[in-house]
Design a protein around this ligand. Sequence first.
Ligand code: GLU
Length: 405
Amino acid sequence: MLDDTHQFLESAATRLGLSNEVLAQLKRADAEHIFDVELSDGQSYKAYRVQHNHQRGPYKGGIRFHPQVNLDEVRTLATLMSLKTAAVGLPLGGGKGGIAVDPRQLSQAQLEELSRKYAAALYPHIGPDKDIPAPDVNTDATIIDWMVDEYEKLTGDSSHASFTGKSIEKGGSLGRDAATGRGGVLALEELLRLDKADTKGLTVAIQGYGNVGSYFGTILQERHKDWQLVAVSDSEAALYSEKGLDAVRLQEYKTGRGRFKAYDEGGTQVITNDDLLALRVDVLVLAGFEDTVTKENAKTVHVPYVVEMANGPVTKAAYDLLSAHGCVILPDIIANAGGVIVSYLEWVQNLQKEKWPESKVNQELASHMKRAVEETYHYAQQEAISLKESAFILALQKLTETSRL
Ligand code: GLU
């Protein structure tokens, strides 16, 4: 994944005529914090925070709890964050953190201890004007609240602006939970409008029905009564219904820890994850993990539009194959930027001691998204390049404009 990201970065840098020195700098992170978090039961977990680039503002990016977290992954995701914040015009840099842990194996008390110790180990390096972490895969407002609490105890800061994705009571923003999913739907709408696509009866499949995927589904259904969500999946299985699925019901099912392989309600069919990728739908939403569509399974994907809601869900080789068949891929650094856009709005509210109504948050989110998609689309048209190339070039341009390199 790091190689793939660097390849996209290299070709964007070449187009912009950036020197090798600048490119090397962009591939390197400013700082990498690697440490072990040891719990009182003696178990120890590898933890990371990579601070990639802060030319546009404080480092920004989530913290992921997952057994597969490793330095290369965190480096890649941190790099993508720098590009993402630049792509959507936020005055922020890029970073990412993670702990190699399966949080489902931990008790609530162990999870709290892990979260607090992670924040305690990092506190000198983070803060409202240095690095502002947020949730990512398997981390949520409860975990972030523990981290903020720990940070504030150690530093005396009381702005709550050291982390975003907090609960509303602890200074979180309305709309943050749903923001990544909502941003994705708004980005897709804008793309389809610019592309003059016929959206009547549009069919959609969502691979990965977790926080991001399920909000994508419910918001899509709320905004487009005539579009049809025909398939969704989790890590074990997928559900399919030709007549359309109920996004809200399935979100409740997943929140209650239900597993799709055991779902048997109202005429839905259990299919495999591979089957889902091969469905002839209009829009395939990839909201799981990186490297989901690869050179191997790309041959089975036949859809006009792919939305990258995960970071890097289509490998470079798969991307080339899909693009060659005319598939339009809405790139991750735009499609899933809704989360960090509303994180930025949360940070602004904290610093200004304000609490905005959800309608204002959503309006700001929509205008950031619309602008980013429009800019990316028009530049892609003008240069006859893909949306991914366009997004990377524009992001890199903004990043190096403000750079002291
Ligand atoms: N984890 C999210 C991302 O990958 C959000 C980051 C943030 O809000 O800082 O974009």
